[in-house]
Design a protein around this ligand. Structure first.
Ligand SMILES: [Zn+2]
Length: 444
């Protein structure tokens, strides 16, 4: 009986036609619980343990059962480090659902399947890692299942990689290997989400918080040359990195697709929790837009702790109905992004002369089902886009002054799927159209 109110609550949340029925939501929670319990049943998933090899094969086999996924093990030998007594093999389980029409545009969603005990070097102590991060891996498996289950014609236009990484607790090893490899191979990763610690709703003070999930994003990109840094400073664009646009995108997608369901995304404008890190940072570090999902209030008695009275990261402390909502947020954001056009290119604000109105222009992205564009803008002190203007062509002039507002442009397809927003660059010098009177200048 104790569980009934929660089930009814979440069943009521799930009545949206485009989403799952209440019954389905309960099934999702049950499936997530099964995955978390199966992962946590291993004595440990420490990256240097023998047990982790069993887990990677279990994950591979699970994903390989799904229709249309290509599943690979991506391994490398890590060096010995402060967190590893000796070099070990670190393996990522990589499941790829190839995009239907734009396979070279890639989205990545990850969780880390390694775990740790109180001592990060101890590869023998029990470490169930139910919330950190079997919860995130369970979300990744659930997303893989749902996208793979779509009929062929509804499969995403872009490629989605469902990624389970190891070595997170040893310094984001698996994620770094994947991200650097992708960068070297010029893989066009448009967005990356990591789900890490996404299942506990009981705050340390006993309060239950289950109405939202936090989403962390960097403001200042790790990459970029001095000129780009100077420009960011000059324009006050510290809140407009690609990762920040991705965070706003997820926030808006959740608000749109989960309307009236009592669940939202809380944006935190910081790369990660205070002085902490996660796998998305490995992607940020090589210049990809990447963000992190984490529950509202973490309980540190249940993270990185040996299992003992009052401590330990065990499956009983994961709220599976809540975890289902986190999976749903990932799903609606990924689905829209995976079917959206790529962002417009060359988005610029014209600065040929000093004037108050704002003229923007851009070039069309490669997209078959493009409908129109949207210019968005917001006050310089606002966190979220406040205004939207539909534009059919490739340029627009707005009364709103570029001095007082931040602008962005996105592409929209015929089904209403929106691309990520692009923050404009100043276009200082336009090539003046040749005047009729002017004679062509001879080159000396
Ligand atoms: Zn973690």
């Amino acid at each position: 009986m104790r569980k009934l109110p929660a089930l009814l609550f979440f069943a009521a949340l799930s009545l949206s036609a485009s989403v799952a029925s209440g019954e389905e939501s309960i099934t999702v929670a049950a499936r997530l619980e099964e995955t978390v319990r199966a992962l946590a049943a291993n004595p440990t998933r420490h990256t240097a343990s023998k047990d982790i090899a069993v887990v990677k094969l279990w994950l591979r086999d699970r994903l390989a059962k799904l229709d249309g996924l290509k599943v690979e093990l991506q391994s490398y030998k890590s060096a010995k480090s402060r967190r590893l007594a000796e070099g070990v093999e670190v393996t990522n389980v990589v499941a790829t659902l190839r995009g239907r029409t734009a396979p070279d545009r890639v989205l990545v969603v990850s969780g880390h399947y390694d775990s740790r005990a109180s001592d990060v070097m101890d590869e023998k102590e029990r470490a169930p890692g139910a919330n950190d991060d079997a919860s995130g891996v369970a979300v990744v498996l659930e997303l893989a299942r749902r996208f793979a289950a779509l009929p062929a014609k509804q499969r995403p236009e872009k490629t989605i990689v469902f990624l389970c990484v190891a070595g997170e607790e040893q310094g984001l090893l698996g994620a770094r290997h994947f991200a650097r490899n992708a960068r070297q191979n010029r893989v066009r990763i448009e967005a990356m989400f990591t789900n890490d610690i996404v299942g506990n709703t009981r705050a340390p003070d006993g309060k239950r918080v289950r109405e939202y999930v936090r989403l962390f994003s960097e403001g200042t990109p790790a990459t970029g040359n001095p000129m780009q840094q100077r420009l960011r400073r000059a324009l006050g664009a510290e809140w407009d990195s690609p990762s920040r646009q991705l965070a706003r995108y997820v926030h808006a997608a959740a608000a749109r697709h989960l309307k009236g369901q009592g669940f939202s995304v809380k944006l935190v404008f910081r790369p990660d929790r205070f002085l902490r890190g996660g796998d998305h940072l490995a992607f940020n570090d090589v210049g990809y837009a990447a963000v992190r999902f984490t529950e509202p209030h973490e309980d540190y008695r249940r993270q990185h702790q040996d299992v003992r009275e009052g401590f330990g990261d065990t499956p009983d402390h994961v709220d599976y109905e809540y975890l289902a909502r986190v999976a749903q947020v990932n799903f609606v954001a990924l689905r829209e992004l995976a079917n959206a056009p790529s962002p417009p290119r060359g988005v610029s604000i014209h600065v040929k002369q000093l004037e108050n109105p704002t003229t923007l222009s851009w070039e069309a992205p490669v997209a078959k089902d493009l409908s129109h564009y949207e210019v968005v803008w917001r006050d310089t002190t606002a966190a979220l886009w406040q205004k939207t203007r539909r534009v059919e062509g490739l340029t627009v002039t707005l009364k709103a002054s570029k001095d007082d507002w931040h602008f962005g442009v996105r592409a929209v397809d015929k089904d209403g799927n929106r691309s990520l927003v692009v923050y404009p660059r100043p276009l200082r010098r336009e090539r003046a159209a040749p005047s009729k009177k002017a004679k062509p200048k001879k080159e000396n």
